[in-house]
Design a protein around this ligand. Sequence first.
Ligand SMILES: [Fe+2]
Length: 199
Amino acid sequence: MLVRQMKVGPMENFVYIVKDEASHDALIVDSGWETGPILRAMEEAKARPKYVVATHEHFDHVSTIDELADKVGADVVAYKGSPVRCDIEAADMYELKLGGSAAKVIHTPGHTYDSLCLYDGRNVFTGDTLFVGTIGKFERSNAAEIYQSLRSIMGLPGDTVMYPGHDYGDVPSRTLAEERRSNPYLGFSDLDSFLSAFS
Ligand SMILES: [Fe+2]
């Protein structure tokens, strides 16, 4: 899969174009808050958009998702039960087919209930669940759920490249093995020690 990372909109969200190189079928991860740069990048990449995937409900990630999906003729995908209006309500392990390739939904609640990550076999798109060097905790997060969700993500192969929803780290992306070595939130061996660090 070809991955294009771009910063979009006033909160500088990372939006991704993920394209199956043989078929040119593509998906877009989040819409950010501005459609112009994404439309131009889709054209440059000669990508044929099938899906726009909402990593979660927060407005900076999905404010323009309907407009973007309409303009590119794609279906909006969100986790089932998400408040994001969508064409496809995806459950955990739902597969989005792109030509001969596929990207799988991994439900990762905690930052919000509807948070999901997408895994295509080489790359994982983590939204606001996991960033380079930190995690997506905020006052309304569920810390115990985040702990379990981080365990799910870190169960993927170490050479998987992690692509977050914001540029909060020293580098815009890195492998899960590098993340495990450097991210202090991934060093806890049990839920209790994770929770005590949270408070
Ligand atoms: Fe968020």
